[in-house]
Design a binder for this molecule. Structure first.
Ligand code: ADP
Ligand code: NI
Length: 218
């Protein structure tokens, strides 16, 4: 069995049944989208597949708040399955740098393989699936779907973003609507257009229904 197959089995058993939008199916969608983007953009397929499988391992939102743990855990898994030093280094770099860290925080992603997996992860956070995941995550966190008096904060540090209290609708303004302009590859940007439009349409309708006023609508 290849390293990719072995790690796929391990990650599947770890993430199956997770209900926060961070589940095994998210990982598979990122895996498949990454492969699709790679087919036009190029890049080393094994690095891309492994980074897609490992990108959400030990996420700070589910590991008690440790912001930099994912890369280390990914490295241990790769090492245990006999990956080469070079492969471990390249995959770890991606896992360390993939996350969105706040509206005003610029993140670095300097490898083609990383740009591809980051695009796939971001594409799965927007569009119809992105909408569903946002409310699943919000519900899991006991976060309100919307709080009209709540402020939209454009966070300027990862700590502030990671510890913020928000509503699921505000999450669209603090992160999801910004992702379209942070996609890296031509293929990713093309796929992002439709998904972005689905979110803006959803938000327009959401606010219309929220502000429904019998006088105006009679
Ligand atoms: P990804 O897996 O794309 O890297 P994250 O790890 O940031 O995304 O989050 C997982 C999912 O939960 C995404 O769909 C994301 O938009 C959503 N999410 C993250 N933070 C919040 C939040 N504060 N409120 C609502 N949804 C959130
Ligand atoms: Ni992810």
């Amino acid at each position: 069995m290849s390293i990719v197959e072995k790690i796929k089995n391990e990650i599947k058993s770890q993430f199956e049944g997770e209900a926060t939008g961070h589940d095994w199916h998210h990982i598979m969608r990122v895996f498949n989208l990454s492969k699709f983007i790679q087919s036009t953009e190029g890049g080393d397929l094994e690095t891309i597949e492994l980074a897609a499988l490992l990108h959400d391992i030990s996420d700070h939102k589910f590991n008690g708040g440790k912001l930099d743990e994912g890369g280390k855990v990914a490295e241990e898994i790769l090492f245990r399955h006999g990956a080469s030093k070079e492969l471990i280094k390249n995959v770890r770099y991606i896992v360390d740098n993939i996350s969105f860290k706040g509206a005003q925080v610029t993140s670095e992603m300097n490898s083609l393989e990383g740009k591809i997996v980051q695009d796939a992860d971001r594409l799965d956070a927007i569009g119809a699936i992105g909408i569903a995941r946002t409310f699943a995550y919000g519900g899991n966190r006991n976060q309100p779907i919307y709080e009209p008096s709540g402020e939209i904060v454009m966070h300027d540090s990862f700590e502030a973003y990671a510890n913020a209290k928000t509503s699921s609708i505000n999450h669209f303004y603090e992160k999801l609507l910004l992702l379209k302009d942070r996609l890296n590859t031509k293929t990713g940007i093309e796929l992002g257009e439709k998904r972005h439009a689905i979110m803006t349409e959803f938000l327009t309708e959401f606010h219309k229904e929220w502000n429904f006023n019998t006088e105006e609508n009679s």
